[in-house]
Every structure is written in C-alpha cells, then in structure tokens.
Design a protein around this ligand. Structure first.
Ligand code: PLP
Length: 419
C-alpha cells in the first residue's frame, strides 16, 4: 500500500460517522470491561472535544486527570512528532537523552535528595507495581494501605486497593497488605505500637481521587513519616492522580496543610505526567530506597520510551513557561467558590485542591447529573454515587469554568435517585 492509501485507510477509520454506528462497532470489537462508551469522540482542541455527531463538550475531566495541556496542544504535538521522527523507541538495553533529562527533571521538581533515582513505567498501576516490589525487597511482610485507596488494577497494585468489588473477583491477591481507616491517626499509631519492625511500607494518596477527592487530614502525612522513619519502613505517596501540577503544586504533598516539609521515600506518578501520552514513574528518594530494586529485579519494554519522555518534558516545560500552576490554583479556587456561592440545595460540599475538585451532592444522583451535564455539553465524572469529580485541563479559563457553574445553577432542586 502506498503512503497515501495508508493515510486514507487511517482517516476513514475516524470519519465522522454517527455515534450510534461507532458504538455498535465498539460493542462488537472491544471487551466489555468499561461498559458502553458515553460518546465516541473524534477531535479535541484546547479544553473542548467533539463527538462523532458533531457535538462539542467542555472537557472538565481531562481524560481522568490526564490532559493537563488540553487537547491538540501545539508544543506537545511538536515535541512528540519531533521525537518520533528522530528516535521513537530504543528498549532499556539503551538509553536516550530525553529519558535521562526527564529523570533529572522529576528528581529536581520533587526536591528529592542526593542519591535519588527514577524508574519509568507506562501507567499508574505499573508505577505502583514497582512500589509493591520495592516494599517486598525490604524483607518485611506488612504493607499498610488506607481504606478508600485506589492504586491500580494489576495484582500488586490491586492488593493495595481497598475496594472489594475490584479485589474479590481476583483473589487470592498477593498477601501482606493491611488496611487502616482513612485519616485515623490512632489506627496508624496502633500499627506501630510494637515498634513496627515488620512494616515494609505505608502507602497513601495525599488526596484520595477515586474515593471522591478526599484529602488526608492535616498532620496525618507528617505522622506517617514520623512513624515509618522510626520503624525503618518506607513512606510511599501515590501522586498518580494528584501529581504534576494537578493541585496547583507539582506534588500535592508539597502543600503545607497536606504534608509540606514531609520527605517521602517513594512517590509514584502517571496520568498528567505525559500530558496524554502514556507514561508512569516512580521516584525513589535517597540511596536506600533507590537501591531496593537491584539489577534485573524489575523491568518493562516501554519504560522510559523516548516519545513518552519527550511528551513529559514538553508538558512540564509548558506548565512552567505559561505559569499554569498559578492558573490551576486561581481557576480552581474560583470554580470551587462559584459553585459554593450558588447555594444550590443539591450541593452539600465542594472540596479539593487546584483543579482536582469534588462536588458532593445531597443525594446519590451523581450519575444523573453527569448524564445531564453531558447532554448539555460538559464532561464530568460521577466517581461515587453522590460525588461529581472535575479534573479539567490546566488551560481551562475562568470564563469556560463559569459556563459549567451556570449549568449547575439550572439543575432541579428536587432531583431524586432513579429507582
Ligand atoms: N493511583 C491512583 C491514585 C489513581 O488515581 C490511579 C488511576 O485512577 C492509579 C493509581 C492507576 O493508574 P492507571 O490507571 O494509570 O494504571
């Protein structure tokens, strides 16, 4: 086939056929792990995406906290294209300058100490799988995770994920993981009551994303640091959802009320890291953590892939150049304030940090509200029955955000759960 014919074949696959048509083909060709797609999307630009029927949506979910720069960002597109045209993939028998530069950049952004090292993966679950293996390499049996946690779907990451519906179909999971009540300092202290010499790691999300955007109570992370340090255990912070600027700081645990000053042993990243190109990373802080996985003890074909690394470097570069951390803080605070100011009886709480926002509803009608929002041209996520989650691109403007507030204002006050 000629280049022209190949291009034609590829473009005919994304021809703006009807959504219903594509949904049928989806159902016949894709495994049913996700249920039917809400829409078939064909194009994106900035904070907007378009579906196969030509309808435009304000993307307030950003591919679940991934598309920090929005859609079709010219700098990201150029960086990815240039890298692919120069050197697309090399495997870990070789290194590439972008991979090395990204590792250095992440260590710098993290403020991680001398001796820190990075392991690259392809997703959040894989970054956490590496963390799980590091914890095993301490030689200690117990890994402490929190109720409500979500760390991913592979077996090690799943073992640290608390939701029974995700866990039970796959038991037996790797052992040794214990769950303590979320944010309960006394329960955490009890784990270490006998010194905690058998604890390998405490694993936390600074703000639990999937559980409904629940920040750890102030002081909890510092306590976890104190207890783990005394016991010689690892403190691991999963920043897959909260990291890389999502909360208006490079890492959520850098916010003073969430753990400012706490230096963890491990941080895991993915989602927004590559601005939409799949990449995960684990930062091991200091020599000890960095040496837990020795030569040959972990690996992945794609980890550190040059195109993914170039995407991450470009994403970080644009966030810095365009002052997007400040925009995330400002637009996020403005949006949260505006939703509160509506005084809508259906909204009982608005929480979160930066552009990771939860709108807690008075009744379990989040799915209905999300469906109405979609029909009105807004993508949001009902992450629990009564919580709407927003994780929009960092380039979202206050004016765009205000269109969603206006939509919320028009929601019926008496919306009830469907039977
Ligand atoms: N950890 C956290 C905190 C997450 O929110 C997620 C995904 O939602 C994961 C890990 C898993 O990441 P991925 O879906 O990239 O495997």
């Amino acid at each position: 086939m000629s280049d022209d014919e190949l291009t034609l074949t590829a473009s005919s696959l994304v021809a703006p056929d009807s959504g219903a048509h594509w949904s049928q083909r989806y159902a016949a060709a894709l495994m049913n792990t996700f249920g039917p797609p809400q829409r078939v999307l064909v194009r994106g630009e900035g904070a907007y995406v378009w579906d196969a029927d030509g309808m435009r949506y304000l993307d307030l979910l950003g591919g679940i906290a991934v598309n920090s720069l929005g859609h079709g960002h010219p700098t990201l597109t150029a960086a990815v294209s240039a890298q692919l045209g120069t050197l697309g993939h090399v495997s870990n028998f070789f290194a590439s300058p972008v991979q090395i530069a990204l590792a250095e950049r992440l260590i710098g952004l993290a403020g991680a100490p001398e001796g820190s090292r990075v392991f690259f993966a392809n997703s959040g679950t894989e970054a956490n799988e590496a963390l799980f293996k590091m914890a095993r390499r301490t030689g200690r049996p117990r890994i402490i995770a929190l109720d409500g946690s979500f760390h991913g779907r592979t077996m090690g990451a799943l073992a640290m994920t608390s939701k029974l519906a995700y866990r039970e179909p796959f038991e037996p999971l790797p052992g040794g993981v214990e769950f303590v009540p979320f944010g309960d300092s006394a329960a955490l202290e009890a784990v270490f009551a006998d010194g905690g010499g058998d604890v390998a790691a405490v694993v936390v999300e600074t703000i639990q994303g999937e559980a409904g955007v629940r920040p750890l109570p102030p002081g909890y992370l510092a306590l976890a640091r104190e207890l783990t340090a005394r016991a010689g255990a690892l403190l691991a912070v999963d920043e897959v959802q909260t990291g890389m600027g999502r909360t208006g700081a490079w890492f959520a645990h850098h916010h003073s009320y969430l753990g400012g000053g706490v230096v963890p042993d491990v941080v895991t990243l993915a989602k927004g890291l590559g601005g939409g190109i799949p990449i995960g990373a684990l930062i091991a802080y200091g020599e000890h953590a960095a040496s837990l996985l020795g030569r040959g003890q972990h690996g992945t074909t794609f980890g550190g892939n040059p195109v993914a690394a170039a995407a991450a470097l470009a994403t970080i570069g644009v966030i810095e150049r365009d002052g997007l951390l400040a925009q995330v803080r400002d637009v996020g605070a403005g949006l949260r304030g505006a939703v509160v100011a509506l005084g809508h009886p259906l909204v009982v709480e608005v929480r979160g940090e930066g552009l990771l926002i939860a709108i807690e509803l008075a009744r379990p009608v989040a799915a209905q509200v999300a469906a109405r929002a979609l029909d009105a041209g807004f993508i949001v996520n009902p992450c629990t029955p009564s919580v709407l989650r927003l994780a929009p691109p960092f380039i979202l403007t206050a004016r765009q955000a205000a269109t969603f507030t206006a939509f919320l204002a028009g929601l019926p006050h008496d919306l009830e759960p469907e039977s």
